[in-house]
Design a protein around this ligand. Structure first.
Ligand code: SER
Length: 805
């Protein structure tokens, strides 16, 4: 079976068990401050587990693009060195939201593995949660009893909290789990050592393939477990490992998922896979990281210098570095692998196909930039080594190794390798100390302490009513305290809210809530998953009172103008520049709009003028807003609505249309384009390879811009008495200036001549040294010039010139 067929079998099987098959959520997480990347299939369903929201389907199955490179689940260092961990991997999962529980989860897992894809039952082991005294939890006898239907007792093993109690992060839904492991070793080896002794022992061929989690708790910020209102199932099966087992391989990298890319790396590097350990590791690292980077870019995350972008940049650099050191690939090559990946995975993940050119371009630029940095790093290291040789010391200082790491992206093992080639060592303890210092600096900078929610009205689901209302009566359903760098804030959630929460590039609303006794300012509104959170510096004295919530309407209107202008700009860009333009990010606030999009050249001033003209013509056409809040996503696509890669859309979407501009959008907009007033583009720049940025202002912002420019011109004109025009006046002024400068030069030369003569006359002879000392009014350049002239005329001269200039 090919990997594609295996994936399909999984879907077909769970569809036959009444599961709704859904698409993978984006790998880059947008609305969850506790998570940068999807690290498990269940992330997108967190709210269903917690009871914050109702799932539209009681049973779901899918494949989820996951990335485990930061936080609680981080496999980065293992990747490539072993044959079964990955940064990015697909997790096949089936879910029950308060529907079936342990029995069906176990029965179906067994049926799928043994009947559907016929993996050998005698090679299987099941682990169950063995209990944990510190949590006051006992062994999962229930799951163990169910496994007895299929497995002999000796192949049902108890697991520790670490292995058999699954938690997504420090807080959130969790529960005991039961894992299925498979022993893929040859029979002879199996006869020698019982597979049971190798389960969970990091053996590359005795591995976990499926984790069945029985979600029944929520881990709170104070570490306590709280029973959830309903019980759920969350299963996750490593698609690459499953494929390895089905295809009879002993390494994930030997499957059809990775081999085409590995063979291409082998061709480019003129090396073979499977002959040398270091070379193999390097090829595996590159094949793995290529996927992580390409999928991230496809999901809208471009490598950068902070947060998620920096994680991606570091993964890419790790791949470049392995290629550089072990495959001797010193020019960009990873981008040349993209088309193979797209061929392999593009049919199930169309986002790869659609953005192939951009992915390639971004990777190539990043590779080239990092190779340049590596080169400067190597030069720096050469200097250190030469200095050590002169000083006859063999130790490279920890601080120096850290500088190489921090500034030049040199991982410590590369520094060590080069040191070793020169018979030197690195002061590793000092290096580690420097690393620790840096880590604690960034920990301090990022420290946020979030308290547990205090729930006042249980399941008081918030309703967003801000498309229609700017004020409304509300009650507080829950609140919590948040501490960031000495600043204390409160998070408040309401029964309903007119406040728009920051999302889709549009900033959150500000405003206030008011009861008969008090008024609390709302500083911002954000989303956590789907919960709308209002930020305030103060907690109401009586949080259970009735409040009236009012947003700052002036800001909201200005933001709406900029948001609608963004849609028109997007439309005009595609008309003027071409349909390859994809939105890559946006920021819309009351003052301005910023729109990032894929395009490979700088926009000419002619193109910018055309775009600006088209946007303003659309404004003057005064197209009315056509808003449709519940359009089935397929129908919306058929209407030609602009959707964003990497954005998670529900089954039903909101569609905003202004004339021919149609977008899937959750933001707030003007009633008709005429309300925007006018749009002025104020900047165009590049923010990354293949990504350009336009900044613009609309409405009052545009008026302010034009007014300040007009005032500037007026003031400049007033400086001139005659009426021949500002430009003409400036030209004349510049010409005059040139003439004057020339005359000045002439005068200066004369002056220097005179001073030179004076200097000659003031020579003092002290023994056989000539000494001149004088204070002048010359500038530095003239003094230097003069010194050289005198030096040529007189030998053994000491000249001291000073100037107040
Ligand atoms: N959440 C579990 C895991 O990630 C099962 O999906 O392993």
């Amino acid at each position: 079976m090919t990997s594609q067929e295996i994936r399909q079998k999984f879907f077909d099987f769970f569809q036959s068990k009444q599961h709704k098959i859904v698409e993978s959520a984006p790998m880059v997480v947008k609305n969850d401050p506790t998570l940068m990347f999807t690290n498990a299939g269940m992330n997108q369903f967190k709210d269903y587990f917690l009871g914050n929201q109702q799932s539209p389907y009681p049973r779901i199955a899918d494949t989820q693009k996951c990335l485990r490179v930061s936080g609680k689940h981080n496999d980065l260092e293992e990747v490539g060195h072993d044959t079964y961990h990955h940064t990015m991997f697909e997790m096949l999962g089936n879910w029950s939201f308060g529907d079936y529980f342990k029995t069906d989860a176990i029965d179906w897992a067994w049926e799928f593995l043994n009947k559907e894809i016929q993996l050998p039952a005698e090679r299987m082991y099941a682990t169950v949660f063995g209990g944990d005294a510190s949590e006051n939890l006992s062994r999962d006898d229930e799951a163990a009893g169910m496994w007895e239907k299929y497995l002999p007792l000796e192949r049902i093993l108890n697991g520790s909290k670490k292995d058999n109690f699954w938690e997504m992060g420090d807080t959130g839904p969790c529960g005991p789990c039961s894992e299925i492991h498979i022993d893929l070793r040859p029979d002879a080896e199996r006869a020698k050592i019982n597979g049971r002794d190798l389960v969970n022992k990091d053996h590359p061929q005795v591995i976990e393939i499926w984790n069945l989690v029985f979600i029944q708790f929520n881990r709170k910020a104070d570490g306590q477990l709280e029973q959830l209102p309903a019980r759920h199932v969350d299963t996750g099966m490593g698609f690459e490992r499953l494929t390895m087992a089905v295809q009879g391989k002993t390494s994930n990298y030997d499957t059809d998922i990775f081999q085409p890319v590995i063979q291409e790396i082998a061709r480019i590097s003129h090396k073979k896979y499977g002959e040398n350990l270091q070379v193999d590791i390097a090829m595996r690292v590159i094949a793995d990281h290529l996927r992580a980077i390409s999928f991230s870019i496809a999901d809208g995350q471009i490598p950068s210098n902070n947060k998620a972008g920096y994680v991606i940049r570091r993964i890419l650099r790790r791949a470049v570095r392995y290629g550089f050191t072990f495959l001797h690939l010193t020019t960009p090559f990873i981008h040349e692998l993209v088309h193979i990946l797209v061929k392999q995975m593009g049919s199930y993940f169309p986002e790869l196909q659609a953005q192939q050119d951009l992915i390639k371009k971004v990777i190539r630029e990043e590779e080239a930039a990092f190779l340049r940095t590596l080169e400067s790093g190597i030069k720096r290291l050469d200097q250190i080594i030469k200095r050590n040789q002169t000083e006859q010391t063999e130790m490279i200082q920890g601080k120096e190794a850290f500088e190489l790491y921090d500034t030049f992206g040199f991982p410590i093992d590369l520094t060590e390798l080069i040191a070793k080639e020169n018979s030197m060592k690195v002061a590793l303890d000092d290096f580690t100390a420097e690393m620790e210092k840096q880590k604690s600096r960034s920990r301090e900078a990022a420290a946020v302490e979030t308290g547990d929610w205090v729930v006042l009205i249980p399941s008081g689901d918030e309703l967003f009513i801000g498309y229609d209302q700017t004020e409304a009566p509300v009650k507080i359903t829950r609140f919590r305290k948040v501490q960031t760098k000495g600043k204390q804030l409160y998070h408040l959630a309401f029964t309903q809210t007119p406040f728009y929460a920051e999302s889709g590039g549009q900033v959150g609303d500000t405003g206030f809530i008011e009861s008969v006794n008090e008024r609390i300012e709302i500083l911002n509104t954000v989303k956590e998953n789907n919960l709308i959170i209002h930020l305030s510096e103060q907690l109401p004295a009586n949080p259970t009172a009735d409040f009236f919530a009012v947003i700052n309407s002036e800001n909201r209107m200005a933001t709406a103008r900029n948001h609608s202008a963004t849609h028109l700009l997007h439309y005009a860009l595609r008309k003027v520049v071409g349909n390859h333009v994809e939105q890559k990010g946006s920021l819309v606030d009351p003052e301005r709009l910023r729109f990032d999009f894929s395009h490979f050249q700088k926009l000419s001033s002619d193109e910018l003028a055309q775009i600006e003209k088209m946007v303003n013509q659309l404004i003057w056409a005064n197209a009315a807003k056509d808003e449709n809040r519940k359009v089935p996503v397929k129908e919306a696509m058929a209407m030609g609505a602009m959707a964003l890669f990497g954005e998670k859309y529900g089954e039903e979407v909101r569609v905003i249309r202004f004339g021919d501009s149609v977008e899937l959008c959750g933001g707030t907009h003007v009633e008709a384009t005429g309300n925007i007033g006018i749009v002025k583009i104020i900047a165009e720049s590049s923010i990354a390879a293949g990504i350009r940025r336009i900044e613009a202002v609309s409405g009052q912002g545009a008026l302010n811009y034009y007014q300040s420019k007009a005032t500037l011109v007026e003031e400049a004109e007033n400086l001139f008495k005659n009426q021949q025009g500002l430009i003409k006046n400036i030209q004349v002024l510049m010409e005059d200036n040139q003439k004057l400068l020339k005359q000045m030069e002439e005068i200066k030369r004369e002056k220097v001549k005179a001073i030179k003569q004076a200097l000659r006359n003031s020579v003092e002879e002290i023994g056989d040294i000539r000494f001149i000392c004088m204070q002048t009014e010359l500038d530095a350049a003239s003094m230097k010039d003069l010194s050289f002239q005198l030096k040529d005329e007189m030998s053994r001269l000491v000249l001291l010139l000073a100037s107040a200039e």
